[in-house]
Design a protein around this ligand. Structure first.
Ligand code: GLN
Length: 198
């Protein structure tokens, strides 16, 4: 049996991820305490406000358990979630879980363009494993991934910058696939579930 997906629900748009998982018929539950991680086959860290989320992670003693979870099981971070997974966080500097070798600059598109929806053409590495075709990317006070380590694969770019990346079992998006009706990004992540719990 495949273990359910945990969705970190301390802050942010965790309910939107829940709706996407519901639409895909994937069992999931919201994670608020460290012991709940034991039941999860994979974890989604939603968008929201990464400074607030980091504070709450500390408060709930979840930082170490999350890092340990990430050494065993897949994690998908969207926007603030991507920031939490990173090895380097700037603007302002912030700690990260260091699970993905990416350097992110927060709120990097500037105030004038806080939020926008753009069309992104995925890289062949994405299209080969899902159905091909453009992705609608919803950016909300998004970070920019300024550099990636050599173990990171870029699955989609916008303006030349990586916006969807994977490293081993983990994935990160600087946009919000959970706010569209397109399930391909989640499906790509969920394919790891069967593999990692087999
Ligand atoms: N700007 C937020 C941060 O720095 C991320 C925004 C989001 O998750 N939509 O944490």
């Amino acid at each position: 049996m495949v273990a359910p997906v945990g969705v970190l629900a301390l802050q942010g748009d965790f309910e939107a991820h829940g709706r996407m998982l519901d639409a895909l018929g994937v069992p999931f539950f919201f994670v608020r305490k460290a012991p709940e991680l034991d039941r999860a086959g994979a974890l989604i860290v939603p968008g929201g406000e990464s400074t607030t989320m980091w504070k709450l992670l500390r408060q709930e003693n979840l930082v170490e358990p999350l890092a340990a979870f990430g050494r065993r099981r897949p994690i998908f971070g969207t926007c603030a979630g991507a920031i939490l997974l990173a090895t380097s966080v700037t603007h302002p500097d912030q700690e990260g879980l260091g699970l993905m070798d990416i350097a992110v600059e927060r709120n990097a598109y500037g105030r004038q363009v806080d939020s926008r929806v753009v069309t992104v053409w995925p890289e062949p590495e994405f299209e080969d494993r899902t159905e091909p075709g453009e992705l609608e990317a919803v950016f909300i006070r998004a970070p920019i991934i300024r550099s990636v380590g050599h173990e990171v694969t870029v699955l989609a770019r916008y303006n030349g910058d990586p916006v969807l990346v994977e490293q081993g079992q983990h994935m990160a998006a600087t946009f919000h696939p959970e706010l569209t009706d397109d399930p391909r990004v989640h499906r790509l992540f969920l394919a790891r579930l069967a593999v990692s719990t087999a």
